[in-house]
Every structure is written in structure tokens, then in C-alpha cells.
Design a protein around this ligand. Sequence first.
Ligand code: URA
Length: 199
Amino acid sequence: MATANKQQQLDAIKQQIIDNKIAPALAATATQLVFGDGNVDADIVFIGEAPGKNEDLQGLPFVGAAGKFLNEMLQTIDLERKDIYITNIVKYRPPDNRDPLPAEKKAFLPYLQSQLEVIQPKVVVTLGRHSLNCFLPDLQISKVHGEPKRVRLSLKDEADVLEVVILPLYHPAAALYNPGQRQTLFADFALIPTILNKI
Ligand code: URA
């Protein structure tokens, strides 16, 4: 039997989240699961926190104000959404856009690891502290943003590891209305082409 292609494997992971009834309280208040979007063969994966209102309605990550800002920043380094894959740690919208709870992040982590295992990116850009701390729990975003970290990620199948460069960035929603962070985010984004070229 032919091995399922990447998209089929990702579809299967999405279905597992539903079948395994992950974060049932969030699933009950959300419109739908927001799994991920973009190029399944991308070298670079962006990971946000959780869907907001627009993402919940459209079923796609980063389609609201933060997403528009992200698209703008991608343009500055000649990338488009079709060149990257993008997802969130938590895949249902938390009510009133509250921060995801530790238990919710933990529940979704194995599925995020499976997504990375399928896509096999070279660079993982974490957007905001929740995403950074999912992989590197002891680091502070204000101290390490823009500093690429070479890490070996353990995956859902514990025998497997994925060597990636993690680039911690501020979350675009936070930077959108904060001129200082906004400038920092543009400067950190400008590092991406060099990081991709070096790998
Ligand atoms: N913020 C996130 O972290 N993710 C989204 O998908 C949208 C906004």
C-alpha cells in the first residue's frame, strides 16, 4: 500500500483530535477546529497561540488583524503564505480570547509534534511566549527574541527526534499596537532569509 502523502497524514491527525475529544470544553464553545494551513512541504513553520474570533469563524489560522500584519511582514522578506505552513498550539478558540490554559496546551502538544513530524521543517518560528515555552520552557521571550536556537525536538513517537532551528519572535497581535515591539518584530523577521539560507 502506498504511504499516505503529507496532506493525508495531516488530515488524519486532525481527525484524531476530534475522535480523541481533545479539550472538550473548548470544543464546545468554539465554532470549529482550526488545524493549520499552508505548504505541507515548507522548510519553515510558524506556530501561534490559539485561534481568535476570525480564525474560529473561517477555520483557518491567522486570518484576522494579526494575520494581516504577519502577511505584511512575510512580504518584507519575499515570502507568501503559500511558502510557509502555519498553525497554533491550541486548535480551538479559547472563550473571550483568554490565554490558553497549561492543561489545554499540554493536551494539544502531541498533535503539534505529529504535525511537525509530518512536515519536517528546518525552521520553526514561535510567535509569542506560549509557543516558545511549549518547546523551550525556561526561556523568556523578551530576552531571546530574534536568537535562533538549534534544538532536537522529541516527537510524539519518542524514538524519533527532529533537528530544527527555533526562532523565537514576539506575537504579531502584541506587536501590532506597540511601536517598540513592532520595530523589533520587523528586525527579527529580517533574520529569517539568512537562517533559511544557512541551513
Ligand atoms: N493569534 C494566534 O495566536 N493565532 C491565530 O491563529 C490568530 C491570532
